[in-house]
Write a protein that binds this ligand. Structure first.
Ligand code: B3K
Ligand code: ZN
Length: 852
């Protein structure tokens, strides 16, 4: 809203709560239009609080009645809830009415296909009843649900179920954002798990009838995650039941409510015919992530929402470790870096850049960002690398011991490591407070047998932060000799100054440094290496990340030369690939990554960093031309691999067959550029699993020859909502040139475009944002289509609309024509009467009108 700028919430304004809660008793009388919520809450004045009246948050509630110690009271209703003078210790009772059926924002208590469910993080509980809806107020919850629906669930353990009601008790203190309720006609796939301390836990995955055969993988991932948390972090589960529920309408991936995780169905349900290898990997990661929150998030939570990275960064780091252990650690690391660069570096380089621990926000839901999550996870990884594995585990042990049952800050987290290691982490803590991706420049020279590295670091200005102090950067490096032998093994050097000189005894006159091994810090490294040096590292580096990275840089530089100077594809890049692709000692999944090219968005950023205005059409043409050249030059290798990587036997989602499929399909994608689509058509016709089927369809669509297969795919899968989402999105992401905008426009007219379902909306409108040439179509049709639909979605579902505005975050990179069109589209959103606070904040930050 342009007129009424909502108030920013500031970290510096944090005050402890005036009252604490000892116990919460809730009764729900469920009704789609008129659910009654009765609350009985034991309050006690906080001895460390700032005093004042009882102030409770509440939003969109119809207050039927309120009582203090049994006597009726009339509180003062405010913009954010209510206020009333109250004694030091008392019982509050209230009855409110809400309408779950009308809740299209999917925040609070809402309905999805006849199912009642909740989403309370960050501030949804205040839409359920009046409460101090802040994470530092923690209490045990006792919940009664009255309804004729067959399955009634809440947090904790069931006390009673059946006969039209259920009673749940959660003995663990928790903030309201972890409250959950589910009621509906669901079936469970059940299993058991015995914890290391002997607790026999019932595991249930609740789904709609018909979906129960698609839960096996999620259940398997859950059990593996539970065991892993025991062995790696010493953390055991702490209730007798762990419930997961799959819902179709959900604003994000999943939610870690205590004992009752609620998931977007797409991150639970999988079968070989309907889910890809990538889907399986994501299900494994998200199931683990939400489970790991039980300790990092739930038992120990955040004092305030500025500390969100305390639970999210740490839990992402833990799920990355888990997936790395379950699969290839090297491949997982590269994939995580790809994701970090694509999402977080992009964010950090634009108008939405913010510190991992922000200092202010208008709408907290806008801060569930790649920076808080992924950069937050990188900080944990750096800490572990700096202090070593044993010290990391000792610090975590102390964290769980010292802070169990508390709402904590990042300072508390760092302090346990200071206490266990005796190190001062003050400079390291800057990673939480300074936005922007540090640039590290490394130049090397040989002085006899000594390699001298000149290292500089700088952190670019970001909105609201002009000058920055140097970071403590763990830089892992080694040295490779001219013959490919490793001359200096990996070591971690600590960069602390703007400039540093490092000297390494190499014992040879010619050698190449292998820098930022394992991607030891979330920085942008620039290095003076020749193409021959890079080819040497690609062939011989012992560090898988650096090996892959050199291939990526060769490809990137080849593409940049093609875009900026009209050069031909660099033969040095293509020549260097062949030996890696045919090296049978290398994991096929790794080789598939080496064959991939930098994304169009990466190239646009790289051009922009060099002061060149990126042309999306030229970038797209260069990528296509390089793929075609690779198909020509590497044809025998690709053909041979395509044949040899075929996986025999029934489908299994394991890392080994998935890696073979990844390599085979990477070859297919290139070969299809030259074979007229013959292989892809044959694969599409014969595929017995979604990975191969969709890879073949994508390859055909990219050459503009997939219409028949797309139609056949639709006919086969039109009854399956999750697969139909893939059908929608693939046609847009794989559309050649800038045709994706028109494809997206056409698909918005498809009868199955249920735009009020977030998954479907993202499958169409979100997909357009990932097709660079299409979103940035020169006539502005991509921008306009997205703006039209965000304006339409915003009044119904502000959180999802706001999140999707990030498609525009790079708009300033482009030429005047595109900038004008993009800013007009953004202004149009900003000027929409009644625009939500969520979307208004995002658009104003993207336009640069305010730092938010
Ligand atoms: N904690 C939730 C995300 C909540 C988002 C609120 N807008 C899922 C997760 O990170 O595990
Ligand atoms: Zn999380």
């Amino acid at each position: 809203m342009k007129d009424a700028q909502p108030r920013a919430i500031r970290l510096s304004d944090y005050r402890p709560p005036a009252y604490l809660v000892d116990h919460v008793d809730l009764t729900f009388r469920l009704h789609p239009k008129a659910t009654r919520v009765l609350s009985r809450i034991a309050f006690r004045r906080n001895p460390d609080g700032s005093g004042g009246p009882l102030a409770l948050d509440g939003e969109g509630l119809r207050l039927i009645g309120a009582w203090i110690d049994g006597a009726p009271v009339t509180p003062r209703l405010t913009d954010t809830g209510l206020e009333i003078a109250a004694p030091d210790s008392f019982t509050w009772e209230a009855e409110v009415e809400i309408a779950p059926e009308e809740n299209t924002a999917l925040d609070g208590l809402y309905m999805s296909g006849g199912l009642y469910c909740t989403q309370c993080e960050a501030e949804g509980f205040r839409k359920i009843t009046y409460y101090p809806d802040r994470p530092d107020v923690m209490a045990p919850f006792h919940v009664r649900i009255d309804s004729d629906l067959p399955v009634l669930l809440s947090n904790g353990d069931a006390v009673r179920t059946g006969g039209g009601h259920a009673v749940w008790h959660d003995p663990w203190k928790k903030p309201a954002y972890l409250f959950a309720l589910v009621a509906g006609d669901l079936v469970a796939r059940s299993d058991r798990f015995t914890t290391m301390d002997g607790r026999d836990v019932t595991l249930n995955i609740w789904v709609r009838a018909g979906d129960q055969d698609r839960c096996a993988y999620a259940m398997d991932a859950l059990k593996r995650a539970m065991r892993w948390d025991e062995t790696e972090y010493g953390r055991a589960y702490d209730l007798d039941v762990f419930n997961i529920v799959a819902v179709d309408d959900f604003n994000m991936g999943a939610m870690e409510n205590k004992g009752l995780n609620i998931f977007n169905a797409r991150y639970v349900l999988a079968s070989p015919e309907t889910a890809t290898d990538a889907d399986y990997a994501r299900i494994e990661a998200i199931v683990a992530h939400e489970y790991f929150h039980n300790w990092t998030g739930n038992r120990i939570t955040c004092r305030d929402w500025f500390q969100l990275c305390l639970k999210e960064g740490l839990t992402v780091f833990r799920d990355q470790q888990f997936s790395g252990d379950a699969r290839s650690g090297a491949v997982k690391r590269i994939e995580d870096v790809q994701m970090l660069r694509a999402r977080q570096f992009r964010e950090d380089a634009g108008p939405l850049a913010h510190p991992v621990l922000p200092k202010s926000y208008i709408e907290i839901n806008n801060f569930y960002t790649a920076t808080v999550y992924e950069k937050g996870a990188e900080i944990i990884g750096m800490l572990k690398r700096l202090i070593g594995d044993d010290a990391y585990r000792a610090g975590c042990d102390l964290y769980f011991l010292r802070h169990d049952g508390q709402a904590c800050t990042i300072q508390d987290w760092l302090k346990v490591f200071e206490d266990t290691t005796g190190r001062d982490l003050a400079q390291f803590a800057l990673w939480y407070h300074q936005a922007g991706t540090p640039r590290v420049h490394v130049a090397h020279r040989m002085e006899g047998g000594t390699m001298v590295l000149e290292v500089r670091q700088e952190i670019p200005a970001t909105p609201g932060q002009d000058a920055k102090a140097p970071h403590l950067i763990p830089l892992e490096l080694g040295v490779i000799g001219a013959d490919g032998a490793e001359l200096v093994p990996s070591q971690v050097v600590e960069l602390t100054e703007p400039r540093q000189e490092l000297r390494l005894e190499v014992g040879a006159e010619a050698a190449v440094p292998s820098v930022l091994r394992g991607f030891s810090a979330p920085v942008i490294l620039t290095q003076t290496l020749s193409r021959a040096d890079r080819a040497l590292l690609l062939a011989h580096d012992t560090d898988p990340f650096c090996k892959w990275e050199q291939g990526r840089i060769l490809a990137r530089d080849s593409l940049l030369g093609m875009v900026a100077d009209g050069a031909a594809p660099d033969p040095a890049h293509i020549d260097a690939l062949a030996p890696v692709l045919t090296d049978g000692t290398l994991d096929p999944a790794f080789r598939a990554l080496v064959l991939g090219l930098p994304s169009a968005d990466d190239l646009a950023q790289a051009l922009s960093d060099r002061g060149t205005v990126p042309d999306p059409a030229a970038i797209d043409a260069a990528r296509t031309a390089l793929q075609t050249a690779m198909a020509d030059e590497l044809k025998p290798v690709l053909t041979d691999l395509f044949d040899r990587m075929a996986v025999a036997g029934p489908y299994s989602p394991g890392a080994e067959p998935a890696g073979r499929r990844a390599l085979r399909n990477a070859c297919l994608s290139l070969l299809t550029r030259r074979d007229g689509g013959a292989r892809a058509r044959a694969q599409f016709a014969a595929a017995d699993n979604m990975t191969d089927s969709i890879a073949a369809l994508a390859a055909l669509l990219r050459i503009g020859a997939g219409d028949d297969q797309a139609a056949a795919f639709h006919d086969r899968w039109q009854g399956d909502r999750l697969v139909l989402d893939k059908w929608f999105s693939l046609q847009i992401t794989a559309a050649p040139g800038d045709t994706g905008a028109a494809v997206a426009a056409r698909l918005t007219g498809h009868p199955a475009f249920d735009w009020k379902t977030p998954n479907r909306f993202r499958a169409v409108i979100g997909a357009l944002g990932t097709n660079h040439a299409a979103f940035h179509a020169p006539d502005g049709s991509g921008y306009d289509l997205v703006a039209d639909w965000l304006i339409r979605l915003d009044p119904l579902n502000p959180q999802t609309a706001a999140r999707m505005t990030t498609m525009f975050e790079t708009w300033r990179r482009y030429d005047t024509g595109r900038r004008d069109r993009a800013s007009r589209a953004l202004e149009r959103i900003a000027d929409t009467p009644g625009l939500s606070r969520d979307t208004a904040e995002m658009v104003s930050r993207i336009l640069g009108a305010s730092a938010g």
